[in-house]
Design a protein around this ligand. Structure first.
Ligand code: GRG
Length: 297
């Protein structure tokens, strides 16, 4: 499985990165060079590309292809990159290292990081609209709606607000689940479902992939919490120990490391069980689930 996943991921990531490169603005117009430069700095380089990989793998699981969903897959990666740029700002997590290099605000200053993040988010929605050049309008509108929900107050922004308000506060299971499903889970869910919808998934396929994506998103954030406690910053490409320093609401803080690991494995098992009705075309989704819980970066 390891070798198959590596070959799959290498090939798909290369195609995703080539597309990202072509979709990002370049310093050719009257625009001050610093803006496209900061946007490219935020997106290109290191990055697991998990969300666009999921979008493509979900399309493949229902008989479609990565090619068919590429604008949407890349738009989701731009939204993710934007959220990292803003999350790292001094007013939020105040991080100086991301993807193995100085964060955007450390490199270009705070004002430019805010503006590059804004531009990335808007660029992403423009790219989502470009999906209509190759997909039925009805499916594009469904994914647009899904992504707006995943990114806005009922998704990432809502989760991020709760995350910030919870710093230094007592953690309980309900609040922690809210933070994880909204801050991280919502975009992962939208990555899977948008790929499935654009590739023409049936209602029952969508329901199964919805269950898969929710369990996967939970496991992904639990592992992120664990790696923040135990991971190697060199390997992670970002600082470790920051959640503890900010007294964040995390799985290891509420349950301890061992139980947190068990929860992650159980969630991945549920994700895999959700795929029982799919044939080998869903193997990439199975490999990604396995990778999510075994990763060390
Ligand atoms: C959406 C308008 C709007 C605002 C954003 C800043 C913010 C509000 C939300 C932050 C969301 C956030 C940063 C969640 C953490 C998600 C997470 C675990 C990120 C790490 O993802 P990886 O490991 O990173 O996939 P790479 O670098 O591999 O892409």
């Amino acid at each position: 499985m390891q070798g198959l996943f590596e070959a799959y991921a290498r090939e798909r990531v290369a195609r995703i990165e080539q597309a990202l490169e072509s979709y990002l603005p370049t310093a050719t117009s009257r625009l001050p060079r610093i803006l496209p430069e900061a946007m490219r700095y935020a997106v290109l380089g290191q990055g697991k590309r998990l969300r666009p990989l999921l979008c493509g793998a979900a399309a493949e699981a229902v008989g479609g292809s990565l090619e068919q969903v590429l604008p949407t897959a890349c738009a989701i990666e731009l939204i993710h990159a934007f959220s990292l740029v803003h999350d790292d700002l001094p007013a939020l997590d105040n991080d100086e290292l991301r993807r193995g290099k100085p964060t955007v605000w450390k490199q270009y200053g705070e004002a430019m990081a805010i503006l590059a993040g804004d531009a990335l988010l808007v660029h992403a929605f423009g790219l989502l609209a470009r999906q209509a050049e190759q997909s039925p309008m009805e499916r594009v509108l469904q994914t647009l709606r899904l992504l707006c929900d995943a990114v806005g107050i009922d998704g990432m922004v809502g989760g991020q607000v709760e995350d910030i308000l919870s710093e230094g506060e007592p953690v309980d299971a309900e609040k922690l689940a809210y933070i994880h499903t909204h801050k991280t889970g919502a975009l992962i869910r939208a990555s899977v479902l948008s790929g499935a919808i654009l590739a023409g998934a049936s209602e029952s396929q969508r329901a199964a992939l919805d269950a898969y994506s929710q369990s996967l998103g939970l496991a992904f954030q639990i592992v992120d919490d664990i790696l923040n406690e135990t991971g190697d910053p060199q390997r992670l490409g970002k600082s470790a120990g920051t959640d503890r320093a900010h007294q964040k609401a995390t799985y290891p803080r509420l349950y301890g490391l061992e139980t947190a690991r068990r929860h992650a494995h159980e969630a991945i098992q549920r994700a895999l069980d959700s795929l029982h009705g799919f044939d080998a075309a869903a193997d990439p989704l199975r490999w990604i689930a396995q990778f999510t819980v075994e990763r060390d970066f």
